[in-house]
Design a protein around this ligand. Structure first.
Ligand SMILES: *Cc1c(COP(=O)(O)O)cnc(C)c1O
Length: 361
């Protein structure tokens, strides 16, 4: 048995912990731990899922042409520069697998998304963590950390779990300053929440070293179906296409995603409600003495005085049927990440945090 061992790096991977969805002994919980859309999937997507049932004996499309064309039309992109994956997680995996191996380095930021490190280690490469400045991506730190072995740089913009983002001028300066063998990956999982922001698509068009990833799991409310996509230079699409499984997306997932991306009115309603309630929630928390950074996504990062206080608050919220996310694993032990839910959920979580701050345990 001792001779049967996994590839180097695999045992350094810490298992991904998803947001909790249950509390022992409490029914009717409000789940605010996974940045899910409180309005669910669009009605058009639900109809598409129902219709897909009749064709489940058929293999799905291998080239995803209809979904890619729909994304291209709606976002004003070139369909042949789009690749679809099982969540954007799969695009992240493809990028690491294709571009980073033993001896190579992959940069992510201090409070960056956990999948960057996991996929880097799974590919046998070395993750390199770079400091942020007060929970904001720091371009200078990233550029200083680059070496001749750096193959990929991942930044989420807006970032999870901080909710902060950097402007396009800074992103361009980063892309411009990277060593020539290095790709910049702009993770736009929350890009739809920022009005007028293209997630970096134009920068992909202008350069040959930038890739953008997007998802249907957040604003589009399709986390359960697992659909994401990437937008990249043709050379990169050609590379990733070679390692993508031909039937990676089910016909149901493809149909639902296509209906979703075309339902512009639903997306706009979700974004506007999020913007309104996020502002309300941040202000309510501030009134209770709990500061947050200015968030551009569908969650806020609530800061407490200590790790103990954050954990006590989380425990109290659970007794009240509210599940939020601890982020000690993201090096933010004194914070809790709270998804912006519907109006009732926002009011409830703000009220309970107020009660906690007033001494309730
Ligand atoms: C949620 C999230 C993803 C997307 O995950 P999917 O695999 O598309 O569900 C990617 N990046 C970040 C930063 C996220 O928060």
């Amino acid at each position: 048995m001792t001779k049967i061992v996994p590839q180097p790096g695999i045992m350094d991977i810490a298992l991904y912990e998803g947001g909790k969805s249950k509390v022992e002994g409490v029914s009717n919980v409000i789940k605010l731990s996974s940045n899910e859309n409180p309005f669910g999937p669009s009605p058009a997507a639900q109809e598409a899922v129902k219709r897909s049932v009749h064709e489940l004996h058929r293999y799905p499309s291998t080239d995803h042409a209809e979904l890619r064309n729909a994304i291209a039309e709606v976002h004003g992109l070139n369909a042949d520069q789009i690749i679809c994956g099982v969540g954007s997680d799969e695009i992240i995996t493809f990028l690491c697998q294709a571009y980073a191996g033993p001896g190579d380095e992959v940069i992510h930021t201090e409070h960056g998304f956990a999948m960057y490190r996991i996929s880097t280690l799974a590919a046998g490469a070395t993750p390199v963590e770079v400091k942020e400045r007060e929970r904001v991506t720091d371009v200078d730190s990233i550029l200083e950390a680059c070496t001749e072995r750096t193959r990929l740089v991942f930044i989420a913009n807006p970032n999870n779990p901080t909710g902060t983002m950097i402007g396009m001028a800074e992103v361009e300066r980063l892309a411009e300053g990277l060593p020539e063998q290095c790709l910049l990956v702009l993770d736009g999982a929350y890009a739809e929440y920022v009005e007028g922001y293209d997630g970096g698509a134009k920068l992909v068009d202008m350069r040959d070293n930038v890739v953008m990833t997007r998802t249907f799991s957040k604003l589009y409310g399709l986390g359960g179906l697992r659909v994401g996509w990437g937008y990249a230079p043709r050379e990169v699409i050609d590379v990733l296409g070679r390692i993508r499984g031909p039937f990676n997306l089910s016909s149901t997932a493809l149909a639902a995603a296509e209906a979703s991306v075309r339902d512009l009115a639903f997306a706009e309603k979700c974004r506007d409600e999020n913007t309104r309630l996020r502002a309300w929630l941040s202000e309510a928390l501030a009134e209770h003495g709990v500061p947050t950074d200015t968030s551009t996504a569908n969650f806020v990062l609530a800061r407490f005085g200590s790790q103990q206080e954050a954990e006590d608050c989380d425990n109290y919220l659970q007794t009240q049927g509210l599940i939020v996310r601890r982020v000690a694993g993201y090096k933010l032990p004194n914070c809790l990440r709270i998804t912006v839910g519907d109006e009732a959920s926002c009011r409830r979580v703000a009220y309970c945090i107020g009660q906690f701050k007033a001494g309730a345990r």
